[in-house]
Design a protein around this ligand. Sequence first.
Ligand SMILES: Nc1ncnc2c1ncn2[C@@H]1O[C@H](COP(=O)(O)OP(=O)(O)OP(=O)(O)O)[C@@H](O)[C@H]1O
Length: 594
Amino acid sequence: MTLTSAIRQVDVTSSEHSAIGSKAHYRIVPAKYPARTIGTVFALIVIFAILNSVFSNPRWGWDVFAEWFFAEPVLVGLGRTLLLTFLGAFLGFLLGTGLALARVSRSPLLVGVSWTYVWIFRSIPLIVLLLILNNFGYLYETVTVGVPYTGINFFSWSTTQLITPFAAAVLGLTLNAAAFSSEIVRGGILSVDQGQLEAAAALSLPRRRQFSRIVLPQAMRTILPNGFNEIILLAKGTSQVYILALPELFYTIQIIYRRNLEVIPLLMVATVWYLVILTVLSLIQRHIERHYARGALRNPPPSLFTNVFRRFAGPAAAPSPTAETAARPVERRTAIAPLRSRGGAVTIHGVSKSFGHLKVLDNVTLTIPAGSVTTILGQSGSGKSTLLRSINHLERVDDGFIAIDGELIGYRQHGETLYELKEKDILKRRVEVGMVFQNFNLFPHLTVLENIIEAPVAVRRIPREQADAEALGLLARIGLSDKAHAYPRQLSGGQQQRVAIARALALKPKVLLFDEPTSALDPELVNEVLDVIKELARSGTTLIIVTHEIGFAREVSDLVVFMEQGRILETGTTEKVFSRPEHPRTAGFLAKVL
Ligand SMILES: Nc1ncnc2c1ncn2[C@@H]1O[C@H](COP(=O)(O)OP(=O)(O)OP(=O)(O)O)[C@@H](O)[C@H]1O
């Protein structure tokens, strides 16, 4: 194509555009999909043919169906099916959750017990298990509670009286469901990102709270679809208790059709009741899944209720969030006032750490003055992050110790010996050290405000109103007041990292650790985070920053540490390290990056 023809073509296109732009309203004709229309018509014909055949064929016996559908014995059987399903699912998931926790615990004994349980009970067919439990009285005539091997007994029952057919059914269904649900719950726990646990631990949340508030709600997204599958299988599986002559829904139906020989209509009674049970379970599942989907999607689809409301009220009735946000004035950040009068002094003494044969920290000794800003520089893999994570004991060191204001993190000293603290005591000491991660590690199922107040409320026991007020103050300082009720996935990377900084600050730590806070950000978002850290540098809190942003390190640091192969090669003021590096490796590194 020549240049003139190209220009002519552009002219034609732009004149077409201006013709389109001149008219106010157009009729929009939707695209046509003939194959889709033919498919829909075919499906309607097939559905009509099936329904017509089902309702016009007298052998289906719909009159008998109507007679028995609400009959008392059927409803009693249905009630028993529902009770067995509820008890089996509830107790099964309770036991299954315990087994899953045992399986992911650090105790080899608990792991072994859980693994063996799942291995045995997933192998035994339910029907066999039910029969064994029903015949337990043959194996053990009495069940006794007492002190073993002493002859001291408190209670004694006859096994056949204790394990009735109903108890055997509940026990069998529970033991069976527990084995399967344990794997479902374990799958859910494993699906939660490791960073979430680290962030919860860095915020000093107690173990139980880490599980109930952070891990479980996120694991539920994975647990729920499989879990409801298991409950639905259980609801249908209850029909196997017919082997114990227990008249649940299906067994009742069998008794009736053996008497009146109306097999098909009565099987339809059972089928329709099972359909009703499954429909109700599916609706419950949908509702619970929506609850646990909080924050999982950037733009969650509206609920069924909202859809119906919008249809009747018209689109204008729903407020437009974009209009609302647009109307808000652009917020300006206010300077970050000192959060505490004095940061903590950090003493790192003779710290070494290996991963297998790889020595990652080699006899590191460093003193960081209270209220100072220290940046740790060095090539990739030199041990910077490991040193930082050792300061708040996220990484356990092999040798040496780290203290904040003279108080050891992770250990108790007695004479020449250091005793490692229990996890709950480590969590208490960790409150003094905040941490901001490279990948933010915000809790995606909690709003920005909930992320920030989680630790102050759970760890420092600050009343909710006060925690909210302080969190809103922090959000104003980082210029994100209007995002208090947004979920992390609805924020940009830079905004997420600013919230992560606010979350760490909310505990008012003496020392704040930054692990490459900008390396997961697009270049244009880096400055907004660095600006917040610069403000913080004047706040009195001790900051220790691992970063590859050399210009920023030069501007903000009081102390610069250069690491290589797990050792500190050089430490000094910014002026000294950047202008007159002593070690040739430091000079080489700076020459490369500056
Ligand atoms: N959990 C672990 N298991 C085994 N090796 C590890 C583990 N964590 C870190 N390492 C290794 O330890 C060394 C130091 O890692 P570290 O993350 O501290 O380096 P870094 O200086 O922070 O690097 P970067 O700048 O690339 O983040 C690396 O060789 C790394 O592969």
